[in-house]
Design a binder for this molecule. Structure first.
Ligand SMILES: Nc1nc2c(c(=O)[nH]1)N[C@H]1C(S)=C(S)[C@@H](COP(=O)(O)O)O[C@H]1N2
Ligand SMILES: [Mo]
Length: 230
């Protein structure tokens, strides 16, 4: 397992003392319907589309401690995840069973709540990108993305889709439309390069987003139903 981070935070980030439930406001009230392990649908430029009932079975398990950086400027250090490497899933399941196009470059991921993000396959194949079903040694809670979520620590948190249910592989740019405004979505969203969004400079996005952190944390805590909807 990788040791806890002792590095300085990336530019424009500040540390939070807890790991809040967070996201886009329109998804605040959502609670996942699918129990673990969840069904994953693989679609797009593949020879065979797949519907996978429990995708982590048979893959080598990984534990990882990594920092989590939200684009709105908060960071949570040393988050302990468990799951499988996306790269292992890609090679041992997708390549073995689905026959992806060899020129695949883009991957669109969707959550059960309708949230979505688009990543470069190249970024997903890095050795710290997980499909996680555990947090702090326990099964992943609904709050943090059960039954399964992406964890891409080098990318801002908005790429790490919770309640993951669909993966779409694309050779050509899929013309991805994010759940929010287009300026909020950078194609790579690398934290180290402060790729917060596009067209709007990072320093301005910091200032736009910072005042939203506290109200969003509050809202995501308040709108979280204690009972699943009947
Ligand atoms: N399904 C889904 N995934 C999502 C979001 C969301 O609203 N819905 N929000 C994203 C954002 S902006 C962040 S910062 C992280 C927050 O993850 P957390 O709730 O575990 O802190 O989830 C990301 N993945
Ligand atoms: Mo975020």
């Amino acid at each position: 397992m990788t040791p806890p981070s002792t590095q300085a935070l990336p530019p424009g980030q500040h540390e939070l003392a807890s790991f809040p439930r967070f996201g886009m406001w329109m998804f605040a009230r959502y609670r996942p319907q699918q129990p673990a392990p969840g069904t994953l649908h693989l679609r797009g430029d593949v020879q065979r589309e797949l519907t996978l009932p429990s995708i982590l079975d048979g893959l080598p398990r990984r534990e990882q401690i990594s920092d989590f950086h939200c684009v709105t400027t908060w960071s949570r250090r040393s988050v302990h995840w468990g799951g499988v490497l996306f790269a292992d899933f890609y090679r041992q399941v997708i390549q073995a069973q689905a026959g992806p196009h060899p020129d695949t470059r883009f991957v669109v991921m969707r959550g059960q709540d309708g949230y979505r993000s688009c990543l470069l396959l190249e970024d997903l194949l890095q050795p710290d990108v997980l499909l996680a079903d555990q947090l702090n040694g326990q099964p992943l809670t609904a709050e943090h993305g059960a039954p399964l979520r992406l964890v891409a620590p080098a990318q801002y948190g908005y790429k790490s889709v919770k309640h993951l249910t669909r993966i779409e592989l694309r050779v050509a740019d899929p013309g991805f439309r994010p759940a929010g405004f287009a300026f909020m979505d950078h194609p790579r969203a690398r934290v180290a390069l402060e790729e917060r969004g596009r067209w709007v400079p990072a320093w301005l996005l910091r200032q736009l987003y910072r005042p939203l952190v506290a109200p969003t944390v509050k809202r995501f805590a308040r709108d979280w139903p204690t009972q699943p909807p009947s």
